[in-house]
Design a protein around this ligand. Sequence first.
Ligand code: AGP
Length: 603
Amino acid sequence: MCGIIGYVGQREAIPILLQGLRKLEYRGYDSAGIAIIEDEKLHIFRKKGKIQDLQQEIGAKTFHARYGIGHTRWATHGVPSDCNAHPHCDCGGTIALVHNGIIENYRALKERLLEEGHHFSSDTDTEVIAHLLEGEGEPLSRLLKLVSLLEGSFALCVLFQEEPGVLYGVRQSSPLLLGVGEREYFLASDIPAFLEHTRNAVLLDDGEIVRLSETGFTVFDFTGKEKEKTSFTIPWDPVSAEKGGFKHFMLKEIHEEPRVFEDTLAGRLHPEAGEIILDDLCVPFFSFERVVMVACGTACHAGMLGKIYLEKLARLPVGAEYASEFRYQDPFLEKTLVIAISQSGETADTLKAVELAKERGARVLSICNVLGGSLTRISDWVLYTRAGIEISVASTKAFLAQVTVLLLLALSWGKKRGVLASKEVETFIAELLGLPRKMHTLLEKGDTLHHIARQFYLHQNFFYLGRGVFYPLALEGALKLKEISYAYAEGLSGGEMKHGPIALVGPDLVSVVLVGEGERRVKMLGNIEEIKARQGKVIAIAEEGDEEVSEKAEVTVFIPQTLEFLSPLLAIIPLQLFAYYMALERGCDVDQPRNLAKSVTVE
Ligand code: AGP
């Protein structure tokens, strides 16, 4: 939520800040702003709307400033407006800052500041920070005093007019990292903001302040003590943060799925030994009596599939919980392994759930996509998903990679626990190796899915029904549709339909029915009959050759045959494509849906 950037170096700052903000726009896009210092004077530009609106606001004015800060907002306190947009500044207009996070005690701080005579020009929680920085002393000592007053989460970039050529970054429970170039430095909420300038980065930890100038940087802890930091090389190619000829990042990312799948398998399958070896991961799973998956949104749906995999293939008792709920429960976590799943590694609810789990003595394995994400730093073990940069707010390829990793984990532990025989693992490996080809055949059905979307885009209400491995997929299909097309969609277990939701079935309701095979198939055919009997419409996703389904449904999308546990890795593709084309037909902003942000870094 919210993207922040800072630049100091030898080049003109404004184009670099604007370009960085464009790369961070997925984190929030209701307003944006920048601040620079030129001729010893602070200049601030802020605008409601997207980066292009901000660019128009700056217009043809020429500035040559070589350092500055920027922000793209996802509103928490105060409506999206010019005056609530960041940067915010103090009364004297000499300090400017951008903020990602929430200042939980801002009301008390604001009341005190108002009593002291400060004037506020916004409804944000952030503005108190600028006012608190007013006063005597060196900027660094004022920042150190500031952090002792703030409660909540904050990543900040700060400019002080009195200290030319210098930029400060502060990190506490919100992401911030440093890009290190040739006599130039970047601060940003996420890597894409500076990836095309440098692949050399330094992760900042909570409780750190960094002071940057074009000649170098120094990191301090919140007591003012200097700290040593080590840099790392970002493994991502800058081209991966471009659309590569696709109309939207979402479509590009769906098309990357076969490659992501292959990358996620690479080096981990050992068919000759009938084994799966997951890097050098050595979780002592024998010492755990149960596993709990915690995650949010799409990642939680992957966790629900992971539960099915681990229970069946490794015979471990597993729970799967929304992280946002888990943290308000009083869970029994003795001898428990918590598996936390997150694309970004920055989701506040997931981080809080992990903190609770650790306080209660659980050990944590995180499954994460972003290298060095906060989640990875508080976990005992980490497995990376190798999906590459995911930019579209709607998560697609990261889900596929999460499910793949969870399946590999279940196979690996199943074998080690003596539940699975080498032969069974070999069968899985053989089928896994053939899956990318089958994924390609589904991607080729893009036009078909577009045609189906044209048929149904005027409908406002959708059910997604599935059983077994297709139940989490039904939840995920519904989430994809609602978040980008704004149609109402509810994911349901096929068996639950008759316990209430069936009351909604009628000519206006479209049900996307994930049929599956075996025992599930018969039951799902029953669901289709029940829907048809009430004049509901059915889009079926069924195995190739299932003519009985296609005779009953309005439309059927066939997926290639595979093992039951691998079928979600195929069926997800038409679900994602359908949501994409529905959003397109409904004229929605696919990559930046309203009210959403990619990384939800507030609770
Ligand atoms: C999915 O399309 C959503 N953008 C959202 O549900 C997302 O999966 C969720 O916020 C979790 O994010 P994370 O994987 O980065 O933790």
